[in-house]
Design a protein around this ligand. Structure first.
Ligand code: SDX
Length: 436
């Protein structure tokens, strides 16, 4: 970052001394005001619940222009990556800063492929869960549990440990998500097969059985690979910020990623694709497209507590570029499977059209986000609704790791420890029990 010749001065109407703060410029995007000395100089904190105006770090990984609806991974537009690259290219790009050469990609893919198996003991973890446990509960447990198997790579301050942990997490997430699925349906686990692609391997571990050879459908394989690319990273979103804050204590990478999995589960974040599909299903059951107007009226009524899941975004105040690409993938997958008339897809498109013509959404700059169509694609592929966020976690693991490693490698980083505006009771004495 560069120090701007612009300065920020905070002055107080009560005559307290004003305070000057440096302004820094990034390569693109908003400048920042360095407030690190504010408390020391003024005895005051800034106040920004939800961090709407707060940059928590500097990063060179992903950039979003919310007004333009632009998403760049290490400078490359998501549209170009989704069209000209695959998920292994994207993992290498996010982790190491550039797209791999043909040889580098072969080496990277080989090492990831050869770490896809999990320790056989992991099966005993699984047995502790009920068969109907939510896959995200299982995944949170399994990812955290990985640190119990890899004592050789838990020192987050050791660059080699960070690198091998990154490979292990990227490689083993599909295996663990597929295991959570198989456990839930009472089918045997399917081991990874090293001659398949990352996405193809996942499809086989999900839908293959020991009873017959599983043939990977290339259209579904490409669709899943694109879903992974689109979900790989997204600046300092809630789960990435969770991973950074968790990792800032020096805990091991597996524990930090497990915290990210837990945060992503929330319906306001990665759980929105599951919530969106459930919302579409409910509208469909209540009458389908004819009932969309009624549903939109409910959404606009603040007291209803109903949100249009898959719509709106903290940063995008324009169409989420990932949603456009996801809609394209939706068309391809539904056509391949002969589901062009899928009622939920038609319903989603009708819902989007009506919302984008309604002033409530237009005035609040609410557009479809990545979760609006991703559920429909995954459902068409045969992925159960309660596993959608697990797929999101699988894809986002590389982003979480890249961001965590970037933080740890930053000599300026400290343990994160926000302050507060205290509004509770002032000091008071404990009354005797008979006086309470
Ligand atoms: C992801 O951060 C990331 O980058 C996340 C993510 C990633 O890749 O990591 O992009 C992935 O989490 C996408 C978002 C998925 N969540 C949803 O689709 C859930 C539905 N969306 C909302 O919950 C909401 O839009 C958020 C949480 C996504 C953003 O919320 P903000 O930025 O805090 O905005 P807000 O809630 O203050 O909304 C502003 C206004 C409010 O109305 P007013 O108080 O101004 O009258 O818009 C309304 C909100 O009530 N609003 C919605 C709405 N989203 C916002 N009203 C109806 N339906 C919605 N979906």
């Amino acid at each position: 970052m560069k120090i701007s010749d612009n300065k920020a001065t905070i002055s107080f109407s009560n005559g307290d001394p004003s305070f000057e703060m440096p302004v820094y410029k990034g390569s693109i995007g908003p400048d920042v005001i360095d407030i690190r000395k504010l408390y020391g100089q003024t005895g005051m904190f800034t106040y920004d619940p939800g961090f709407l105006s707060t940059a928590s770090c500097q990063s060179a990984i992903t950039y979003i222009d919310g007004d333009k609806g632009e998403l760049l991974y290490r400078g490359y537009p998501i549209e170009q990556l989704a069209t000209n690259c695959d998920f292994m290219d994207t993992c290498h790009l996010l982790m190491y800063g550039d797209l791999p050469s043909v040889q580098k990609k072969k080496e990277f893919t080989h090492i990831v492929t050869h770490h896809t198996m999990v320790n056989e003991q992991m099966q005993f973890f699984m047995r502790g869960f009920r068969r109907d446990a939510h896959p995200m509960a299982v995944l949170t447990g399994l990812v955290g549990g990985l640190s119990a198997f890899y004592h050789d790579s838990t020192d987050i301050n050791n660059a080699e440990h960070r690198d091998i942990s990154a490979i292990r997490l990227i490689a083993k997430m599909p295996t663990m998500v597929a295991m959570a699925y198989k456990y839930g349906i009472g089918q045997p686990y399917v081991y990874p097969k090293n001659d398949l692609s990352y996405a193809g391997n996942f499809l086989r571990m999900m839908f293959g059985t020991p009873c017959e050879e599983y043939v990977v459908n290339p259209v579904l394989e490409k669709a899943l690979d694109r879903i992974f690319i689109l979900h790989a990273d997204h600046e300092q979103n809630a789960s990435t910020s969770t991973v950074r804050l968790c990792g800032s204590s020096g805990t091991n990478p597996f524990a930090a990623i497990a915290a990210g999995v837990a945060c992503l589960w929330g319906p306001a974040h990665g759980g929105a694709n599951e919530a969106c599909l459930n919302m579409l299903g409910e509208i469909q059951r209540n009458g389908g497209v004819e009932k969309v107007g009624e549903f939109i009226t409910q959404v606009k009524d603040k007291n209803s507590g109903v949100k249009l899941m898959g719509f709106g975004h903290r940063v995008y105040k324009n169409y989420d570029p990932r949603a456009k690409l996801m809609q394209e993938t939706c068309n391809e997958v539904l056509a391949e499977l002969g589901l062009e008339n899928d009622p939920l897809f038609k319903l989603a498109k009708a819902l989007e059209k009506i919302a984008l013509e309604d002033d409530y959404f237009v005035s609040r700059k609410l557009y479809p986000n990545v979760d609006f169509y991703s559920g429909i694609v995954q459902r068409a592929i045969g992925i159960p609704v309660n596993l959608f966020t697990g797929i999101f976690a699988m894809a986002r693991t590389v982003g979480w790791i890249a961001q965590l490693n970037e933080m740890i490698a930053d000599p300026e980083y400290k343990i994160g420890r926000p302050r507060q505006l205290f509004t509770g009771s002032v000091r008071r004495d404990v009354p005797a029990a008979d006086k309470r």
